[in-house]
Ligand binder design. Sequence first.
Ligand code: HEC
Ligand code: HEC
Ligand code: HEC
Ligand code: HEC
Length: 139
Amino acid sequence: MKKRLLAILVCVAFAAVALFTTAVWAQKTKSGEVADTLEIFETAVFTKHKKSAVVFPHKKHSVDYKIACTECHHNYKDGKQVWKEGDKVAKCGTCHKSPKKNDGKMLSLYNAFHKNCRDCHKKAKKGPTKCAQCHPKKK
Ligand code: HEC
Ligand code: HEC
Ligand code: HEC
Ligand code: HEC
């Protein structure tokens, strides 16, 4: 009898831990849920990859480093930035559709990511700026 009770308690404990960790691993934002850490590996635009996926700690950036959503998320209407917290977030590659070469004024996805990520780190003198720090392996 005692054994059975113990088994039930163990199950309940596991279930509680599982619930708790999923709650912690997904950041709830006004624009929807996003994993605390993303692995960026765009396949719709980068049909061939030279580099490995990039680990991006989303929650650290938006919560711990207090970087505004609009440093990274935007949408333009008649040249004006109109995206605000609560609006849907589209993947960068939805709009930055060209893989490597800019399409007129529109940055390629390659340039959009590097301009956003690397240029901020360079300016802040914090965060990774070397290829291998973001792309740890060749592929
Ligand atoms: C430092 C840059 C940065 C900041 C700051 C940031 N994000 Fe993100 N966010 C990203 C990137 C990069 C992605 C992944 C985009 C992709 O895969 O193309 C993403 C993805 C998301 C997604 C997931 C979309 C999906 O399809 O799963 C949501 C939701 C989101 N962000 C909301 C927010 C909100 C709300 C804030 C502010 C509280 C915020 N983000 C701040 C860079 C950022
Ligand atoms: C809804 C379409 C759309 C999405 C989604 C989008 N962009 Fe853009 N982005 C644009 C447009 C349009 C411009 C050009 C704005 C202008 O007229 O200067 C731009 C400009 C930029 C620029 C250069 C200007 C600046 O703000 O420094 C960078 C860098 C950039 N995008 C990175 C990203 C990244 C990274 C993501 C994903 C987190 C992303 N974009 C998602 C449409 C989009
Ligand atoms: C607007 C500024 C800004 C943008 C945009 C930005 N970062 Fe950062 N990032 C930072 C800062 C600041 C730090 C370092 C904070 C510290 O060390 O205190 C950092 C740190 C990091 C780290 C190290 C985290 C750790 O645990 O030490 C990684 C990895 C990283 N960034 C990846 C990215 C990627 C990938 C992108 C683009 C999708 C990006 N960042 C966009 C500001 C930015
Ligand atoms: C701050 C982080 C950061 C740094 C530093 C960085 N990258 Fe990236 N890079 C990214 C992100 C994010 C992507 C989008 C990843 C994806 O979708 O595969 C990307 C995509 C790429 C791609 C296109 C996808 C592929 O696998 O072919 C290439 C090529 C690339 N980077 C090369 C480089 C080289 C070369 C350097 C050094 C000169 C460098 N990167 C430095 C973040 C970074």
